[in-house]
Ligand binder design. Structure first.
Ligand SMILES: O=C(O)CCC(=O)C(=O)O
Ligand SMILES: [Fe+2]
Length: 278
């Protein structure tokens, strides 16, 4: 059974699709951000020029000699120069590359992140960490590579913009979060995809088909998993701003020192002050 038939047989529901030509901060926050609703934006971020710019040949020209850690299907990691990774990708290998793009890289000029996804943490004067130079992450995956079920770093909200290929996403509703946290493997891709498994009993994920030019919004704390059903090129990032900061604060409370929590609160206060002056 192929993935399409499986989704049909399991009667999975597609996440919300938004076809607005233009969206702004208020529209995004009121309809999705504050409501923690996963969504795919089909038109608002579609940019023909950047869709053409982001291809393997072009990226290779810029970072071909740089070395990065890649992951295979067994999640084993190995270092490759980008040009060698690209060569393997062309030969049909199932390998996945996930790397930060720094703000001084020529690649960074090839996509402008909407202001309402700007992370207060990265721009803060309170914490000027190494990650301050990071603009977003680049994900390049061969056919059938996947990211297993997880919550994003700090349980922060996130976005992913696709330039090439097709991704299938699965999102569990947040009411299942505490059950899933105790047994992540029990809800992961093999369970979702198994034709034997009755998802009605354990809880069904929503799904999304993402194509070039689509942007997917990942709500804070949401459990999600992704399969590249064709080779893909995407950029993604998480952010802390007026949406989702509460999830990050409570994540910090349980996982980080008092000092880090204080610093995060400082970043959030600073962010809100700036927001008032915008
Ligand atoms: O595309 C993928 O493989 C994973 C994407 C993801 O989990 C994210 O952007 O948060
Ligand atoms: Fe994620």
């Amino acid at each position: 059974m192929n993935l399409k038939q499986l989704i049909k047989s399991k009667r999975l529901t597609h996440i919300h699709e938004d076809s607005s030509l233009y969206i702004n901060r208020r529209y995004f926050n009121e309809n999705f951000g504050f409501r923690n609703i996963p969504a795919v934006f089909r038109k608002a971020f579609k940019n023909k020029e950047s869709l053409e710019l982001w291809d393997i040949g072009q990226i290779n020209k810029i970072i071909g000699e740089n070395k990065y850690m890649c992951e295979n299907m067994k999640r084993e990691k190995k270092e490759f120069a980008f040009k060698d990774f690209a060569q393997r990708l062309r030969s049909g290998y199932s390998i996945y590359l996930k790397i930060p793009i720094l703000s001084d890289s020529a690649l960074c000029q090839m996509f402008e992140v909407p202001k309402y996804f700007t992370c207060w943490y990265l721009n803060s004067q309170i914490r000027k960490p190494k990650v301050g130079r990071r603009s977003y992450l680049l994900y390049i995956g061969g056919e059938n590579t996947a990211t297993p079920l997880h919550q994003d770093s700090w349980e922060a909200p996130g976005w992913l913009y696709l330039f090439k290929g097709t991704k299938i996403w699965f999102f569990y509703p947040s009411c299942l979060n505490s059950k899933i946290s105790k047994n992540v493997e029990g809800y992961d891709l093999p369970q979702i995809l198994s034709s034997k498994n009755d998802l009605d009993k354990v809880g069904k994920p929503l799904y999304c088909v993402q194509r070039p030019g689509d942007l997917v919004f990942i709500p804070p704390s949401s459990f999600h998993a992704v399969i590249n059903i064709e080779p893909t090129i995407a950029i993604t990032d998480n952010f802390i701003n007026e949406i989702g900061y509460e999830n990050v604060v409570s994540h910090f409370k349980y996982n980080y020192s008092k000092k880090s929590c204080q610093s995060l609160r400082g970043v959030i206060n600073e962010g809100f002050k700036k927001l008032c002056h915008d």
